[in-house]
Design a protein around this ligand. Structure first.
Ligand SMILES: Nc1ncnc2c1ncn2[C@@H]1O[C@H](COP(=O)(O)OP(=O)(O)OP(=O)(O)O)[C@@H](O)[C@H]1O
Ligand SMILES: [Mg+2]
Length: 430
């Protein structure tokens, strides 16, 4: 595997515009695309995608940031968002580019009069994608030499959870889609309306209801790295926590998009005088300084998701516009969602439950959280395993019922009421 630890970006051309791109050493795009190309930095790897030939041309490196009209006369003034590039080594062409790219990144169709074609969903990608795309080219020696293969710390993960894996919560999922994700999908219209892409979100609700799952699904949906800056992660890591926070945020600069996740947010976002832990007293100012830096920076879509089950502890100053200003309640699952969660956890386990039995159990599980249900199914699997010497090990309805009887709800109705009262006081739908 190549490791050059450098982000990459794509520019499109056709047979008509290819020559000018290469001869001028200039990539161009529509003016409104400038916003999305702004995260390209000098030194990033560039690829040119010829959509007439379905060829990927490379390998280029950015010699300037994206700006308007580096060469106002290029392409007869049609592509004003421009980046100056330099070709490394000789020009190489990868055939059947869209098919090969599809295995690495998501593609979206573009409508053209003569033919349909699919292009990368975004202009910019992080270092892990660069490395995979470089493998499509025949020779990369000059490129790796050029970038001198740095091996810094890897940050974040690429989560696998999708929205379909989160049961129920339809209204809030839809709302998150409209307010957070849709602008990523229709960038031009979002730009024309100057919609905000990125920014802060607060997810609150009882424990074990899918807040972390949703945060990961958001990252997956926009193909972003998921970077966990929860206090327990930061403190749990060996070495000095402040240094680690600064390293994490510095490496964010290499990611064109990112989801930064702050669990147990009440620890960081509480009123200063209520900060009881001395470790947190030290770390909080460092984290807050980095977060406000992100909130101020508009050119890059970074979503910061804070999650809490103690919203009342949060200092409302953090919920003002421009901070964590999109607030969503993640409640306990309703009956249908409970059925779905049971099914999710039974899916890969031998069992003999039919849909009616599953709804019957779901009915009994009023007030249980998703995490409780996961535990119950796990426990039921142990019940079934007890029969391994002399019988059918498939999980039955009775296995589950006896687990339900043993396991109590992890969330009390008082806790739920308290959280919902906080929401009602702020006019947030529950
Ligand atoms: N809506 C849901 N759909 C599917 N699975 C769920 C759902 N809610 C909870 N689960 C299950 O419970 C587990 C815990 O969920 P998750 O970690 O997202 O909860 P959380 O809201 O972040 O809890 P906490 O407040 O304790 O951090 C998940 O791994 C999943 O298996
Ligand atoms: Mg969680």
């Amino acid at each position: 595997m190549i490791r050059i630890n450098t982000p990459c970006f794509f520019a499109l051309c056709t047979d008509r515009t290819e020559k000018e791109c290469i001869e001028k050493g200039l990539f161009g795009d529509k003016e409104w695309r400038l916003l999305h190309l702004k995260s390209v930095k000098k030194g990033d790897v560039g690829f040119l995608l010829n959509i007439t030939q379905d060829q990927l041309l490379g390998i280029f490196v950015a010699e300037s940031e994206a700006q308007l009209d580096i060469d106002p006369k290029a392409w007869s003034g049609n592509f004003r968002a421009q980046i100056r590039v330099k070709l490394i080594d000789k020009l190489q062409r990868v055939e059947e580019a869209s098919k090969k790219l599809e295995k690495i990144i998501g593609l979206r169709p573009i409508k053209r009069a003569q033919f349909p074609y699919r292009v990368p969903e975004s202009n910019t990608y992080g270092p892990d994608i660069t490395d995979k795309i470089l493998l499509l080219f025949k020779t990369t020696d000059k490129v790796t030499a050029y970038f001198k293969i740095a091996q810094p710390e890897e940050i974040g993960s690429s989560p696998e959870y999708r929205f379909e894996d989160v049961a129920g919560l339809d209204k809030v999922k839809h709302f998150i889609y409209q307010r957070v994700l849709a602008p990523f999908e229709d960038e031009q219209k979002a730009y024309e309306l100057r919609l905000r892409i990125g920014g802060g979100i607060l997810l609150f609700g009882p424990p074990g209801t899918g807040k972390t799952l949703i945060a990961m699904a958001i990252a997956k949906h926009i193909q972003a790295k998921f970077i966990d800056i929860s206090p327990s992660v930061i403190i749990g890591y060996p070495g000095e926590a402040e240094r680690r926070i600064e390293n994490i945020f510095a490496s964010l600069d290499k990611e064109p998009r990112a989801v930064v996740f702050l669990d147990e947010a009440e620890w960081v976002l509480c009123k200063r005088e209520e900060q009881t832990s001395s470790v947190m007293q030290r770390i909080t100012p460092v984290l807050l300084a980095q977060l406000s830096r992100i909130f101020k920076r508009k050119e890059k879509p970074i979503i910061v998701i804070a999650a809490t089950n103690k919203p009342a502890m949060i200092d409302t100053a953090f919920l003002r516009p421009g901070r964590f200003d999109r607030i969503f309640y993640i409640g306990l699952p309703d009956r249908d969602a409970r059925s779905e969660i049971i099914k999710i956890h039974l899916k890969n386990r031998v069992n003999e439950l039919d849909d009616d039995q599953i709804s019957e159990i779901a009915e009994k599980l009023e007030g249980y959280s998703g995490a409780d249900i996961e535990n119950i199914i796990e426990d039921a699997a142990f019940n079934a395993f007890e029969r391994r010497k002399n019988g059918n090990i498939k999980i039955t309805k009775d296995d589950i019922i006896s687990s339900v009887e043993r396991m109590s709800k992890s969330v009390t109705s008082d806790e739920v009421k308290q959280i919902e009262r906080w929401a009602e006081e702020r006019g947030i739908e529950t």
